[in-house]
Design a protein around this ligand. Sequence first.
Ligand SMILES: [Zn+2]
Length: 457
Amino acid sequence: MVTSFLLRGGTVLPMEGSKAVFDPGSVLVIDGKIELVGRVADVDQHAAASNVEVVDATGHAVVPGFHNCHLHSGLLRGTAESLALWEWLEDHIDPAHRALTPEIAEAASWMAYTEGLRGGTISVLDMWRHMDGSARAAEAIGIRATLAPYTADLYDYFETLETNRRLLETHLVAADGRVRTWVGLEHIFYCSPDMFRGAAALAEEFDTGIHTHSSESIWEVQECLRQFGRRPIEEFYNRGILGPQTVIAHGVWLDDREVQLMVQTGTSVTHCPCSNMKLSSGPARIGFYRQQGMTVGLGTDGEKENNNLDMLEEMKFASLLQKVSTLDPTTGDPWDILDMATLSGARALGLDDVTGSLESGKDADIVTVDLGGLHFVPVMHGDDFNIAAHLVFTASSHDVANVWVQGRQLVADGDVTSVDVREVAEQAQAAAEELFERRRQLKGTTPSPATTLGKNQ
Ligand SMILES: [Zn+2]
């Protein structure tokens, strides 16, 4: 496997915290790591540049790979649409959890990771079940995966802190650092206060991260106030799970005090604009969060909430949702949005020392986007530069041409090279059909948490 090469002549956006562009520029990769990023002529002069394979990036944008900081592997795409939240949970989601087997779960991860990778996603934070199968999928596909099992103790069909511990023991860090395990917590209403304390202790014992959902809907905040006398992030603070290694998915309805708690503790949030719109959750104040110093990553959420895992499309929605919810067209700047998908995402995952930007010494996690399509015309350089805007507002996953992770090329000219995509799709299709059949047979045999949580929203 060639892991040294010169990616030459593209429009390079290093995304190292500025709006710097090398246009045309090059990235020199030696043994899977970025050796030099700069103007074509400067990189050409490097002693190693003439000894490695040259990959022509003319007509392509060259950017760091994307971090999808909230995902659920899954197979329910398009099958439970436009329903009220409790009907959605009770009739579709919870029964599917009950019907899930390790084999079906693994097929879902193969599907999700392959789909993400094809669209430029080089790293996922996945909350899912039976995740030793997810680890196998990630390792074979070559993507980075942070595994956060769906744990809960108030319902009997989720993962537990015991199964999470077992995954930590086998996969705390695996596959050359690409696969890592965190502690997952499904949701504040699915997990007892004792379980939160156990999760905090487990994360501390293994010095690893915590991932959970919070503050997604107004009802959830009100219910939290009713049950615990505090808003969700205040309750999390009390239960000891906030901190620089914790990532909260959604965080739509944070009041100013909760924002300050997030900032003071160094807790990150993952913004999932498609999911927040599709489930009518609301618009998170992402521009404000970032101004206050919160680290904000971007996530697609699952296939059932999105319905694809296209990070370029997610960027567009992230920008548009900011604009429409604030009635301020100056928010949702393309550079800010690209930062969320790259360096800030890596920071949320604690990976910004090794990935998230194109800088010397970092792993070569690189994506090229082919700007040759009719929909990109005109492509402008120099004073009229429009390529950052093209990436956020025009590009989709189908425009991604090449993807490298740690210098290994996993997508070449739009084709995933590490696995057989047709086989992955066929196995996921068969697994989904089995899942739906099992769900049909189980239906009505056990109550859904939605029933016991109440439909009083
Ligand atoms: Zn989620």
